[in-house]
Every structure is written in C-alpha cells, then in structure tokens.
Write a protein that binds this ligand. Structure first.
Ligand code: COA
Length: 144
C-alpha cells in the first residue's frame, strides 16, 4: 500500500470508491476537478495501483475545502483515511493555506472523529444540507 497524488489514471477507481461509500456518488467525469491546479487529492493505492482510500480538496486563495474522504469498506479501520488526510493537510501547509474546512453529516460519527483527530472542530451547521436522507451538515474547520 502506498499514498500517492491522484492522477488521471486513478479517477475510475475513485469513482468506484465513491459508489461504495455515498448515496450520491461523484462520477469519474465530475472527479476530474481533482486534476486542476487549484485542487489536490491523495489516494492509498494497493499493490495493483487501485485506489482503496482517497481524500480530495479544492482551494480558493488561502482556504481549502475538503470535498470528500472515503475508504473502501473492505479496508476500513486500518488507518487509510488517516494516511490520505495527513497527506492532504501536509500539502495544504506546503501551499500556504490558512484554513481547511468541510461539511459532514451530523450523524457521521466515524468521519467527525477522524476530522477531530486531525485538528478540525465544529464551527457551524447548515440545516437540511443533505438529501437522501435529509440531514443537517456540521461545518468543521482546521486552522493550519
Ligand atoms: C470515515 C471513513 C473515511 C474512515 O475511514 P477509515 O480508513 O476506516 O479510517 P481510519 O482507519 O484511518 O481511522 C482514522 C480515525 O477515524 C475515526 N474512525 C474511523 N472509523 C470509525 C468508526 N467506525 N467509529 C468511530 N471512529 C472511527 C477514528 O478517529 C480513527 O482513529 P483511531 O483509529 O485512532 O480511533 C470511512 O468510514 C468511510 O469511508 N465512510 C464512508 C464515507 C464517509 O462518510 N466519508 C466522510 C464524508 S464527510
């Protein structure tokens, strides 16, 4: 297993990961934003080069916005989300970002715990932000 920056050849595998993890998964096409200069993503790749976990981020000026983090269900609780999020926050610091924020379903205790472990705290709430099922989002922020 190794952590690498997301490139074009990983997008199909990441779209497959999205399908395994979310009710409204991003398509391979939609994920191509990760290749833009003002975005970055890291994936854990298995020995065949298939992504089994990933984290993506968009940047605007000195602010980062994490778009998604997901681990293949067969590989959860093995530290892979920790690894991709660490890589993403290291890159955020290298890019001179001041803050990184994200939204998370308020019932998603696993993700909230992951983000708290990496220095994020809850700074707000967006009512009925999610559909399917309808749920509020917590806004979390990490100051770098
Ligand atoms: C949330 C998610 C990305 C965690 O991935 P993972 O690779 O299993 O996480 P890790 O093994 O790296 O765990 C890192 C930390 O996350 C938290 N965590 C992960 N799974 C957890 C669980 N089931 N319950 C509680 N905390 C959990 C813990 O803080 C953990 O640290 P610890 O091992 O020191 O306790 C994964 O469960 C997932 O893909 N969920 C579906 C997609 C999703 O909800 N993404 C977040 C969108 S905002």
């Amino acid at each position: 297993m190794r952590v690498g920056r997301i490139a074009k050849e990983h997008l199909a595998g990441i779209a497959a990961l999205e399908k395994l993890s979310f009710a409204a998964p991003w398509s391979e096409d939609a994920l191509s934003f990760l290749l833009r200069e003002e975005a970055v993503g890291f994936a854990c790749l298995d020995d065949a080069g298939i992504p089994v976990a990933y984290a993506g981020m968009l940047t605007v000026l000195d602010e980062g916005q994490i778009t998604n983090v997901a681990t293949n269900p067969a590989y959860r609780r093995q530290g892979l989300a920790d690894a991709v999020l660490t890589a993403l926050l290291t890159e955020a610091r290298l890019r001179g970002l001041a803050t990184v924020s994200l939204e998370v379903r308020e019932s998603n205790l696993a993700a909230i715990s992951l983000y708290e472990k990496h220095g994020f705290s809850v700074v707000g709430k967006r009512n009925h932000f999610y559909k399917n099922p309808r749920e509020h989002a917590l806004v979390m922020l990490c100051s770098l």
